[in-house]
Structure formats: structure tokens, C-alpha cells
Design a protein around this ligand. Structure first.
Ligand code: BGC
Length: 746
């Protein structure tokens, strides 16, 4: 709980030392910094604070321009500096839907698909569109910076925030984040690329010391951020809570200065995660220019440090200038009028389409899907079918106006969900909900409602009456905790029993069983998949979930998503299983990234391990033929490109994805057997239609990070280009030579 004041007004005595008062413009930042008092400068690099929970006597909370905002910066009116507003988060704008004294109007936002789903589209153009819609709501509600996208690596499937993150692979993560940034920022509002860096777990997140080899750090945990920053120039970057090799990210000059500023030439602003790090002076020196949400104690330490000489005023000036550099871009600075009326209808359509186009069809035995017109009568099982999960909890949550459940989605698509089942589940969930705690701290999840146990008679009746069974398995998670293997990665015993019972009853009637996975992150499917006929991975699709899922089940949309994260056979197979979430087990203080660069498919494929579903995998309702694969040259010079023609050889319209993995010579360093280096998705191809795709490789795509040379190095030798449908399904391969070693710099 923190006190703060709305804007900083120095006393006349303080102003006497501050010279004339220029008004801030984009081209006079140094002059404005020059004109500021020390106190003003210290306030400029520390946010206005935030209040947790209900108001407490004697504590003034900072005023909120946008109710529910996550934080804001100080205004200094005499210098024309406005306060700027920051809001969460990655799946849509998170603000309060209602305002005190204003019951006539709601302030809902659209809950868009979570990042793990969007990444599965392998379609930056689609993600850009989602970003554009999301950013339009930021602008319409008068906020300046959306605290998104989040792009840490799916190091382990138990990561509580994996749903907010894109992939186990830095190329997909980086390109997806870049597209999201471009889309959001096209509205003239800012983003905050987070959490820089390696916030790959929630357990002990504020203190955990992550021991990461230099090579893994550069190749896996920094690379995606580098791509996003290079391609999309986010206005701000948010440093992460954790320590990396002993230093808090927000106090780490190598991360924030050497890598971000010097090697990547980043020009924007770095802010802390909320209450991240410990030492404001170390943060200032490291290049973490803004401390969020900000405390009076931080302001004081900074002022004191300048006075006692432990913080050079030049460092403070630099940081203030960078904060002002962000301020001058914002709608608040430009006095942009805002409507408080985003086009929620249009944005809901974007959510619906983006979600259905990104879903991954994992299993489709004997063409179970799409549902046939005769399969109109659907038996809908699983609590989650009637209570779909739009997205995760914590700062990734969005206050949406409504949720389309699966029974409604199917009904709207012309199907008839079994009314008796609807009734039983409705009653069961209503009474379970009534027993749930009424209020919970923001980081706490309500206890999961055990699956409804249906009688054998009810199941048999449904199997006789209905033509097909659809069963949804749900998982939710969020900030503050990681998940467990029991009942989270694995099915609970009730879920297992439900799958068994439904499959038995429907298969006895020669009817099909389809499972929909409404989850945030990879889970065990290998132990039960053979019992069912089809599996659709819907992830957490946002508020139109029921429509998006029905669009794929009905065949209105051809599934064209591909896994951006491997689904392992068992939890024990995960390369980080033995080290996650660190030691000591009960309250970890340190986690050693023992697997190094061998994360996800880099590990499974190099060690020829079986997985349930590989990275890059996904089925379609149609078929595609690839032909004419050709390299632009047999020798690599500045770049090399590969062309391949994709033809829809099936009978339905659809989109296909070509994945390019590179097998590089391992002369000086060990290398994964191959790594994803490019990908491209076709437009919608009607049956018989073709499209030629061109995928380009640049020097850095050939290189690995050499910790001895401290440089990205591409070895001379023969490179194999693999054109694949997944990391384990190569369709065609071509080779080229690199005639000399390339040292590329960091
Ligand atoms: C989260 C950030 C979020 C911030 C502000 C923190 O707890 O880690 O992702 O943007 O809160 O809500």
C-alpha cells in the first residue's frame, strides 16, 4: 500500500534553482532535463505508486485516469509534462469494467486469444491484426502504454504464465511479439515488451537466481527479444523480477546496457516489473530508467544518492531524458481525445477469427472432424464445455463483457447440444460456483471444480440419443504460481474416468468422441489419446471461445495452427524436469538451466526422443502437396532464399505452413540436430490452387553463439535446409555451402 500525489509541484524555493520553465517538446528534452530540480528528476524516474486492495484510512492512492490502470508516471505541469498511463496486458486491455459513481456505462475490453494460441497460427500478419484491434481499445480508453506483449520461453510446461508467452522457440516468440508490437503501436500507443529476461517460472519469481550458460542465454532467452526489438521497436521494455547469474535483471548492466543498448541499439525506455529488484540506485546505473509502480522510498534513495555522490547526476539526467522520450510519443502528451467507445463488436470478430485460425488439430482418426451434417445432435461433456476459459489469471486477465460457452457456440452453428446434459451440468456448476470463495486475492485461483460424475444410465442415454460426444478438458493458471504435474500436467482421476466412460459408451454405439483442450500450456495427452477419435487444441481462445471452437469442429474454418511448443510423452521427458523450479525444492532460491540450449524440440530431436506431438505439428481437413523446392544459390553469400510451391491437393479450402529447419555443421560447437530458421504460411488456397512461398536465410540464421569468442559465429561447411511439416516430419531437403567462417558480432 503506497501513498503518492497526483503530480509534482515544486515549491517556489525549489523552482528558484531550476531556471526558466521550457515546455516539453520532442526536440527540447535536454533543455527540459536541464530545467528540472533534483526532486523533479527523482520523481520522473519513479512511478506514482499503486494501491492494492480496498482503501485504507490515512493512505491516499494515486488518482487513476483510467480506472484499473496498472500504473502511471508523474506529471510536472510547469514543464508541460503529463502523466502517462500504463495498463496490462498481453491478451487485451485490463481495466475495471465499472467506475465509481458511473453506473450508466461499462468499460469492458475484448479478451483476445492468449499468446500460446496466437503463436500457433505461425502467422505474423494475423497476430498484427489482433495487436491492431487490441491497441485500438488502449487508445479508445485513454491509456498510453499496454504492458504487452510477454514473450518469455516455454522452458517447462508447468510455468504458470506460459499462456501469456508464445513458444519454446525464440524465432516464433520473437516474430510473434514483433507482429503484436507493430499492431498495437500502429494506433499511436506504446507497448512494453516483457519480461526481460528469462522470467520462465513463477515459483520464487521475485528472488530466484537463474544460472544460465552464456550460450543458452544468447541463443534461447535473449534471441527472441532481440528479434522483436529489431523488427518492431517497442516504446518500452519491462525488465523481469528474477536474477540472472546472480544479478537482478533490473540491476544488471550487461543485460540492460551492454546487450540491449550497445549491441541491439535499443532507443526506448526500460521500466521495472512491478516492485521488481531491490536497489534503486543500482537500477538507475544499470539503465533501468523507470521504477514501477514506484514508491516514495525509491524517490528518496535516488535523491539522497545524487546528494551524497553515489549516483552521478549525469546518469539520472540520462534516465529522465529516456522517460521523457517515451512521454512525448504518447496520446496523453498530444492531448488526444478519446471516446471510451471501442468497437467491441468488430474486435470480438477479430478474436473469433484469430482463435479459430490458430487452433491445432492434434488427432483426427478416420476423419472424425469436421462434424458431418448428420451429426447434429451433440453430447457435450466436461465442466469446461459449459464454462470455457477465455484466458489466464493475474495481469493477463481481461474484464470482458461476455463469454461464449461451447454449448452456445455449437447451437449458433446449427448443432443441437443434448438438453439433458446441459441441464445436469448447469445445475452442478451453479451449485459448485455458489460454494466458491466470493473474493480472492488477484493472484489466487479458485479451487478447480471436480468433473461432474454422470451415472452410467445418463451416459448410455446420451450415447443412444446423440450422434457424437464432445468433451472439454480445461486448465487455468496465472501469475504467482506454477502448476503441478498431478492434476494439471496430467489428467485428474475424475477427468480420466470421464474420458474412459464417455469413450466406452459412445464407442459401443459406434459413435465418435472428440476432446477439446481448453488449456494454457502443454499437458499430457499420450496416456489417453488412443481412447478418443479426435483432439482439438483450442488453448485459451478469448471471449468468443465457443464460436471459435464450433467454427473448427463444424469445418467452417480449416484448422491451420501448428504447435509452437512440443507436447512431450511424459513430464519426466521434459529437459528441465529435473531442475524446475529450482533448489531447495520447498522454497527455491536458485535454478540451474542444466539443459542449456537444448530446450523443447532442440532436445527431443537431437536425442531422438519420442514426443506425443512434435513442435510444428498440426493437421488440416485438406491436403497439401509441396513441389519445386529450389535454393537461390548453392553457395551462401549475403543471404539465400528457398522457394517452394504449395498446392491444395485436397477437397476443402485451407492454409498450409512451410517450416524451414537448418542443420548446421558442428565444427567448433555442439549443435542441435536442427533449428527453426524461417517459416511461411500460405493465403487461403481453394482446392487445386497453388502459392509459391519464398523463405529467406540471413547470416545470423546460420550462426551459433560462441561463448569463447563472445560472438555469433557461422561455421564454414555444408548446411542442410529441411522443409518440414513439423520438427519430426521433413518433406524435402536441399544443401548449400558456406565457404568461410562468419563472425557476426553480438
Ligand atoms: C506482472 C507484469 C504486469 C505488472 C503490472 C506484474 O505482477 O509481472 O507482467 O505487467 O504486474 O500489472
Amino acid at each position: 500500500m503506497l501513498a503518492a500525489c497526483a503530480s509534482y509541484h515544486p515549491s517556489p524555493a525549489q523552482q528558484m534553482h531550476s531556471g526558466p520553465s521550457p515546455k516539453l517538446r520532442a526536440d527540447n528534452i535536454p533543455q527540459v532535463v536541464q530545467a528540472m530540480t533534483l526532486k523533479e528528476k527523482a520523481h520522473m524516474v519513479v512511478g506514482m505508486g499503486m494501491r492494492f486492495g480496498p482503501p485504507k484510512p490515512g493512505i491516499t492512492a494515486p488518482p487513476q485516469k483510467v480506472a484499473g490502470e496498472a500504473g502511471s508516471t508523474y506529471a510536472i505541469p510547469r514543464l508541460g509534462i503529463p502523466s502517462i498511463v500504463m495498463c496490462d496486458g498481453p491478451a487485451g486491455l485490463r481495466i475495471l469494467p465499472y467506475r465509481k459513481g458511473d453506473s450508466s456505462k461499462s468499460y469492458y475490453c475484448t479478451a483476445f486469444p492468449v499468446a500460446s494460441l496466437l503463436a500457433s497460427s505461425w502467422d505474423p500478419a494475423l497476430i498484427r491484426e489482433v495487436g491492431k484491434a487490441m491497441g485500438s481499445e488502449v487508445r479508445a480508453y485513454g491509456a498510453d502504454i499496454l504492458l504487452a506483449p510477454a514473450m518469455n520461453i516455454h522452458r517447462n510446461p508447468l510455468g504458470g504464465r506460459n499462456f501469456e508467452y508464445y513458444s519454446e522457440d525464440p524465432l516464433i516468440a520473437g516474430r510473434s511479439a514483433a507482429a503484436m508490437i507493430e499492431g498495437i503501436q500502429s494506433n499511436g500507443v506504446g507497448t512494453s515488451l516483457k519480461h526481460f529476461d528469462a522470467n520462465n517460472q513463477e515459483t520464487s519469481r521475485n528472488t530466484i537466481n537463474e544460472i544460465i550458460s552464456e550460450r543458452a542465454w544468447h541463443e534461447i532467452y535473449l534471441r527472441g527479444f532481440g528479434i522483436a526489438i529489431h523488427e518492431a521497436h517497442p516504446w518500452t521494455v519491462m525488465s523481469s523480477y528474477n536474477k540472472i547469474n546472480g544479478l537482478y535483471a533490473s540491476e544488471n548492466p550487461e543485460l540492460l546496457d551492454t546487450v540491449l543498448r550497445r549491441h541491439w541499439h535499443y532507443q526506448g525506455l526500460v521500466m521495472t516489473d512491478w516492485f521488481g529488484g531491490k536497489d534503486p540506485v543500482a537500477q538507475m546505473k544499470a539503465g533501468n530508467e523507470l521504477l514501477m509502480p514506484g514508491t516514495p522510498a525509491q524517490v528518496k534513495s535516488i535523491e539522497d544518492a545524487v546528494k551524497n555522490g553515489s549516483l552521478p547526476v549525469s546518469v539520472l539526467n540520462r534516465n529522465v531524458a529516456r522517460v521523457l522520450g517515451a512521454v512525448v510519443k504518447t496520446p496523453s502528451f498530444h492531448h488526444v481525445a478519446y471516446s471510451n467507445h471501442p468497437d467491441l463488436k468488430k474486435d470480438a470478430e477479430v478474436d473469433r477469427r484469430a482463435a479459430s485460425e490458430s487452433m491445432v488439430l492434434l488427432r483426427n482418426e478416420a476423419q472424425t472432424l469436421p462434424l458431418k451434417p448428420s451429426e447434429n445432435q451433440v453430447a457435450l461433456f466436461g465442466n469446461t464445455s459449459y464454462h470455457l476459459i477465455a484466458g489466464g489469471t493475474g495481469s493477463g486477465h481481461v474484464n470482458k463483457a461476455y463469454m461464449i460457452e461451447l454449448n452456445q457456440g455449437l447451437r449458433d452453428a446449427g448443432f443441437a447440444p443434448d438438453a439433458a446434459l446441459e441441464h445436469s451440468y448447469g445445475q452442478y456448476l451453479d451449485s459448485a460456483k455458489a460454494r466458491q470463495p466470493k473474493t480472492l486475492p488477484w493472484w489466487k485461483l479458485p479451487p478447480p471444480v471436480p468433473e461432474l460424475q454422470l451415472s452410467t444410465l445418463a451416459l448410455q442415454q446420451a450415447a443412444q440419443k446423440d450422434e457424437v460426444a464432445v468433451l472439454t478438458i480445461g486448465r487455468i493458471s496465472g501469475e504467482g504460481s506454477d502448476r503441478t504435474v498431478k492434476d494439471y500436467f496430467n489428467l485428474s482421476s475424475r477427468e480420466q474416468a470421464l474420458i474412459d466412460a464417455v469413450s466406452q459408451a459412445f464407442h459401443e454405439q459406434h459413435k465418435k468422441v472428440i476432446v477439446v483442450l481448453n488449456i494454457g500450456s502443454a499437458m499430457n495427452v499420450a496416456s489417453w489419446r488412443d481412447k478418443v477419435d479426435a483432439i482439438l487444441l483450442a488453448y485459451q481462445p478469448g471471449q468468443e471461445a465457443g464460436h471459435s471452437i464450433a467454427d473448427v469442429l463444424s469445418g467452417k474454418v480449416d484448422p491451420s495452427g501448428r504447435l509452437a511448443t512440443s507436447f512431450p510423452m511424459r513430464y519426466q521427458d521434459v529437459p528441465s524436469a529435473s531442475s524446475f523450479p529450482g533448489t531447495p525444492k520447498d522454497k527455491p532460491i536458485q535454478v540451474v538451466y542444466k539443459e542449456g540450449i537444448y530446450v523443447g524440440y532442440r532436445y527431443y530431436d537431437t536425442h531422438q526422443m519420442q514426443v506425443a506431438y512434435p513442435f510444428g505439428y498440426g493437421l488440416s481437413y485438406t491436403h497439401f502437396r509441396w513441389s519445386g523446392a529450389k535454393l537461390s544459390s548453392s553457395v551462401f553469400h549475403r543471404e539465400i532464399s528457398v522457394r517452394v510451391t504449395v498446392t491444395n491437393s485436397g477437397s476443402r479450402a485451407g492454409k498450409d505452413v512451410v517450416e524451414l529447419y537448418l542443420h548446421a555443421p558442428a565444427t567448433t560447437l555442439d549443435k542441435p540436430v536442427h533449428e527453426l530458421k524461417a517459416y511461411a504460411k500460405t493465403r487461403m488456397l481453394a482446392p487445386g490452387q497453388s502459392q509459391t512461398l519464398t523463405l529467406v536465410l540471413h547470416p545470423r540464421d546460420l550462426a551459433s553463439y560462441d561463448p569463447v569468442k563472445q560472438d555469433w559465429v557461422a561455421d564454414a561447411g555444408t548446411y542442410q535446409v529441411q522443409l518440414s511439416r513439423s520438427s519430426k516430419d521433413m518433406v524435402d531437403s536441399l544443401t548449400f555451402a558456406l565457404n568461410r567462417v562468419l563472425n557476426l558480432g553480438r
